[in-house]
Design a protein around this ligand. Structure first.
Ligand SMILES: [Zn+2]
Length: 566
């Protein structure tokens, strides 16, 4: 595996020379005969950094405008209200200033509707408008996955994601600077919320934050640097007393908190205990079922379990389904009621582990060929080194176990929603065959599978995310998350009705048989994403990403189409 790039390149050239005829036939289609023979991307040793996005170029988005009118749409406003339309939406600079009834369903729209003093008019007659989506669990595309952060930014925007909570997006300095550049719209990117791990920051000189005092000191220091919140893990340096101090100090400083309660510490800090101590968001599934174990707080690890072996770690998580109390039991409801009382948000990120229940589906997703960077594609492949690439011998039995686990997990989320608990959408893309943006849309589908009706899914993706981001800042009425007068102009504009079919939101669209022609057609994909009053053509963003991927493949000598598969 230690072959240098040059050796591999030579091997490929030699290979193609031998198979000249085949190559000649296949290059017409831009394909190599044998995709397993293409050179691997250079591996980055150690922790990969991130490269800031290039500046927004002329022609990348239009606006903001003194007055823009979006005409003739059906509005799904994010609050859970039913769709209504046709309406015209008036935006001044980056604020929604009016929503006007534009006609009557079933009758032709009136021409020349007021207002007429606009600088820009977007005729979206017949389309649907939703609030910009909020992804509460993201990491930016690191240098081992893409040339710079714009790869992830553009894929998020192309899927309607106008706000992201970076947990972490990048290191503290890069994250803060990218947040500011995005706020000034100097880059093509969603709004960024900066959550950082304890101890992070170049200017922090206090060392390890493994005592309550040190942890509080870091929280106060990090708040001064301007972060929005803290990402926690129950790692060995964050024992319960440290986590408790952080939850408490974060509240005092107006910072949010989100925790991945990993197996390392969850035995002493379950999601229930964390909720009692003041945690804001439980991300992933970690901690829920450990709060519901029938035989006490510690999972029954197989005796040969090793946490650093990721197949052990991720394979055995699914055992929790059997070890925990049943849905509907007294303990089940008591757990959910107490989490609700403590105001805990569940950010399930089902998409990021969904490959565990159907690996072949994840590996063969429609989007990989055109939109997955070659580096990222390599990162996804089973490997003992890459985080989340834990499919060493992934059997039917393992998938069945995960399907059962997800069944129970979905029931938990749906029951939490049913009693009024807050559930949000996060994707954690960039691992396990989930490419940025696409993974986020899958999360919407998974919430529907869990039992959320489509309007509830949209509310989880919009209003609930906004509340979770702004409440810790002492702003219970967020400026984003719904399409209402006075809110910021962050919108998703789509041709197909997303409530009817979330699949139409995928950048690769949805296949539908045209009954007139009897031909399959690809429909859907977001048409426009509006962020801060700037209108982005979502198809153009996808084309930019496709071009980035093509350029990277060309650098490696890969064919335009196809992917190397083991
Ligand atoms: Zn993550």
């Amino acid at each position: 595996m230690k072959k240098t790039y040059a050796t591999l390149r030579r091997a490929v050239l030699a290979g193609t020379a031998v198979c000249a005829t085949l190559v000649a036939a296949s290059t017409a289609m831009g394909q190599f005969a044998d995709l397993t023979k293409v050179p691997a991307p250079a591996k980055i040793e150690g922790r990969a950094g991130t490269t800031p996005a290039p500046a927004r170029k002329a022609g990348e988005g239009v606006g903001p405008f003194k007055k823009m009118v979006i005409r003739g749409v059906t509005l799904i406003d994010g609050s859970g209200a039913p769709p209504r339309g046709p309406v015209d939406i008036i935006i001044e600079n980056n604020v929604i200033t009016d929503i006007r009834v534009a006609g009557t369903p079933g009758l032709p729209l009136k021409d020349s509707r007021e207002p007429r003093d606009f600088d820009y008019e977007l005729d979206a007659t017949g389309m649907y408008v939703l609030p910009g989506f909020i992804d509460l669990h993201v990491h930016g595309s690191t240098n081992d996955k893409a040339p710079d952060l714009s790869y992830s930014y553009k894929l998020w925007l192309a899927h309607g994601v106008t706000t992201v909570r970076g947990v972490e997006l990048a290191d503290m300095e890069t994250s803060l600077s990218e947040r500011a550049r995005s706020a000034r719209n100097e880059i093509v990117a969603p709004r960024i919320f900066v959550y950082q791990r304890p101890g992070n920051g170049k200017g922090w000189t206090g060392g390890l934050t493994n005592t309550p005092e040190k942890a509080r000191e870091w929280v106060r220091w990090a708040a001064k640097q301007g972060i929005d919140g803290i990402k926690l893990a129950a790692d060995p340096n964050q024992p319960p007393e440290v986590l408790e101090a952080i939850f408490d100090e974060a509240k005092k400083q107006g910072l949010g908190t989100t925790a991945h309660l990993s197996q390392i510490g969850v035995g002493r800090m379950s999601a229930l205990q964390a909720g009692r101590a003041g945690l804001g968001t439980v991300t992933h599934f970690y901690g829920h079922f450990e709060s519901l174990l029938k035989n006490g707080p510690i999972q029954d690890w197989p005796v040969d379990y090793n946490y650093q072996d990721e197949q052990d770690r991720f394979g055995n998580v699914a055992n929790l389904a059997k070890e925990s109390f049943a849905p509907g039991s007294k303990q089940w409801w008591a757990y959910l009621e107490e989490q609700k009382k403590n105001g805990v948000t569940f950010d399930p990120t089902m998409t990021i582990y969904a490959a565990s229940r159907d690996l072949m589906h994840a590996r063969n997703a429609d989007w990989h060929e055109i939109y997955t960077m070659p580096q990222l594609w390599y990162f996804y492949q089973s490997s003992r080194e890459n985080h989340g690439s834990y499919f060493f011998d992934w059997t039917t039995a393992r998938e069945v176990k995960w399907k059962n686990f997800y069944h129970k997990y979905m029931r938990l989320l749906n029951d939490y929603k049913n009693i009024g608990g807050r559930v949000t959408t996060g994707s954690d893309s960039g691992f396990i065959f989930k490419t940025y943006g696409f993974g986020y849309i899958e999360e919407l589908e998974l919430l529907q599978e869990a039992g959320f009706n489509p309007s509830q899914v949209v509310t989880a993706a919009t209003l609930n995310g906004a509340l979770t981001l702004y409440e810790p800042k002492g702003k219970p009425v967020p400026p984003i998350g719904t399409v209402r007068v006075g809110k910021l102009a962050d919108l998703v504009i789509v041709k197909e009705n997303p409530l009817q079919n979330f699949k139409t939101l995928y950048g690769t669209g949805h296949l539908r048989l045209n009954e007139k022609t009897q031909k399959l057609e690809r429909v859907g994909g977001v048409s426009y994403t509006v962020k801060d009053g700037i209108v982005y053509d979502a198809k153009k963003l996808l084309a930019d990403v496709a071009e980035m991927v093509r350029a990277e493949k060309a650098k490696l000598g890969w064919p335009e189409q196809g992917l190397p598969r083991p």
